[in-house]
Structure formats: structure tokens, C-alpha cells
Write a protein that binds this ligand. Structure first.
Ligand SMILES: Nc1ncnc2c1ncn2[C@@H]1O[C@H](COP(=O)(O)OP(=O)(O)OP(=O)(O)O)[C@@H](O)[C@H]1O
Ligand SMILES: [Mg+2]
Length: 259
């Protein structure tokens, strides 16, 4: 079954339990705890080099914690799982230039023994979810940067993941495209029953997207604050960002990062 028509009950909590991570003698993260509820939108912010990408790699099973653990629905994550998808910052490196858009979205499904017809149907559904059904026959190099990142998101949806992890997904896009993709991701979250974790440098973006903003700081990094953003599910770029509560949340996070 695909994320498009997944019932609510399949979503599982993602839990980081007293996780520490070192590279050689260098301690990067210490005793980190984090819980992502099914359907929740979490943004992680923190200064450059604090360990945000390392944390996402551990969440996705691409890297192993030095101690502590990551679980999904109570199962320890030891390797990349179908239910967790990771979208990287650099869309240019994540799409295959010789494959058309539809094939870029569906090729991970080939390894699962899913027939061509069903793969294409799922791929088209996922492309439609990101508004790209008309670009199915194009090659990545025929698409704009924002469109390429939407293809990468469609591929993550096709994996049938119910947890979508994104590492600075809009970092290399122009401001207007970025705002459009923020709204696309908010919309996907509302329509599909998925949990989303976005790492971003942009504090406005974090507060705009998240139900909770997790602030990482220090070396080794710990969670210095978790800000619950009580701005509802229906957000828009103009009204939400000029809401006095938005400004308060933003200033609180900014102060913590600057300290
Ligand atoms: N495979 C590795 N081996 C050794 N050190 C590493 C490795 N991966 C990351 N590091 C170190 O861990 C620290 C955290 O890196 P990470 O990429 O997680 O930070 P980040 O918060 O994502 O930074 P940025 O905001 O610049 O993307 C850095 O000091 C980095 O040099
Ligand atoms: Mg990073």
C-alpha cells in the first residue's frame, strides 16, 4: 500500500533514547532524547556543525549511535528501513540524470519485486501529490531546482515511508521557491498521515513549519529547548508570519541559538 491511502494506524512513533555519538575521541552528541509522534512535524535547528546531519543519519539508520538507541514503533533502527525516507539538501546529487522523472521516483520500488504497472501507478500518484504529474517524462536536467527537489520528495513518498526526514531540503533554492515548497510540505503532512522531521538553518522556516522546534546546541550537542508552536494546522506565509505569537517563538529560538 502506498502513503496516499494509508490508514492512520500504520504510523508509528520515532523515539531517540539517550543517544550519544562520537567520531573517534570527539563527542558530537550526548544523551539526546527526542520523540516524534505519528503525524507530528518537528523542526531541528542549531548552529552549523552542531550535529544535525549526524542526528538525521542516525534517525534514518544510515549511521549507528555510539550509545543509546533509535526506535520506530518500539523496534531498534539498525539499518535504513522502508518506513523512513531521507531527503538530502542537494537535489542535484540525489536524482539520476539518465532517468526520466517517473523512473527516478519508482526505481527504488524495483528492488521490492513490484511489477512495472503498479510501480508506474504509484509513481504517478506521488508525482501528482507534489504537483508534477506533467513532468513524468522529463529528465532531471530539464527541471528547475525546486521541481527537482519535489521529485526527490515524491520518491520519498513512493517508498511508502511514514516518516519523512529532510536535511535542509530548501537550503539551495531561491526565496520564492522555498516558500512554495514549505507550503507543499505542510500540505502533504495534512493530506497524508506522515511524520516529518526537517533540519533547517532558517529559524522562520522552522517556526512556520513545525508543531515543535527542537533547538540543539553545545559541544557535545544536547537539546537546549523544545518549543511547542501553537499556531494550528492552517498556516500561510503572510498571516502566520506576522502573528505576534510567531514573532515570540522566533525570537525565543533565535536567542537560544545566539547564546
Ligand atoms: N563521518 C564523520 N567522521 C568524522 N567526523 C564527522 C563525520 N561526520 C560528521 N563529523 C563531524 O561531526 C560534527 C557535526 O557534523 P554535522 O554534519 O552533523 O553538523 P551539522 O549540524 O549538520 O552542520 P551544518 O549545519 O553545517 O550542516 C562536525 O564537527 C563534523 O566535522
Ligand atoms: Mg548538516
Amino acid at each position: 500500500m502506498n502513503s496516499m491511502n494509508r490508514p492512520k494506524s500504520l504510523a508509528k512513533p520515532l523515539v531517540v533514547d539517550r543517544m550519544s555519538k562520537s567520531f573517534g575521541a570527539v563527542d558530537i552528541m550526548l544523551d539526546l532524547n527526542l520523540r516524534v509522534e505519528p503525524g507530528e512535524f518537528i523542526c531541528i535547528v542549531g548552529p552549523s556543525g552542531v550535529g544535525k546531519t549526524t542526528l538525521l543519519r542516525c534517525l534514518s539508520g544510515l549511521a549507528a549511535p555510539t550509545s543509546g538507541q533509535v526506535t520506530v514503533g518500539g523496534e531498534v533502527v539498525r539499518e535504513p528501513l522502508d518506513e523512513i525516507a531521507l531527503v538530502f539538501q542537494d537535489y542535484r546529487g540525489s536524482l539520476m540524470p539518465w532517468m526520466r522523472t517517473l523512473e527516478n521516483v519508482t526505481f527504488p520500488l524495483q528492488g521490492r519485486g513490484i511489477g512495472r504497472e503498479q510501480r508506474d501507478r504509484t509513481g504517478m500518484e506521488c508525482l501528482a501529490a507534489v504537483g508534477l504529474e506533467n513532468a513524468a517524462r522529463s529528465y532531471p536536467w530539464e527541471l528547475s531546482g525546486g521541481m527537482q527537489q519535489r521529485v526527490a520528495i515524491a520518491r520519498a513518498l513512493a517508498y511508502d515511508a511514514h516518516i519523512l526526514l529532510m536535511d535542509e531540503p530548501f537550503g539551495s533554492l531561491d526565496a520564492q521557491t522555498r516558500l512554495g515548497l514549505e507550503d507543499l510540505v505542510l500540505d502533504l503532512r495534512k493530506r497524508l498521515n506522515i511524520s516529518i522531521v526537517v533540519v533547517t538553518h532558517d529559524i522562520d522556516e522552522a517556526v512556520y513549519l513545525a508543531d515543535r522546534v527542537v533547538v540543539l546546541s553545545g559541544r557535545p550537542a544536547t537539546v537546549v529547548d523544545t518549543v511547542t508552536v501553537d499556531l494550528g494546522l492552517n498556516r500561510d506565509q503572510l498571516t502566520t508570519k506576522s502573528d505576534p505569537r510567531f514573532v515570540q517563538y522566533r525570537n525565543r529560538v533565535l536567542k537560544e541559538i545566539m547564546q
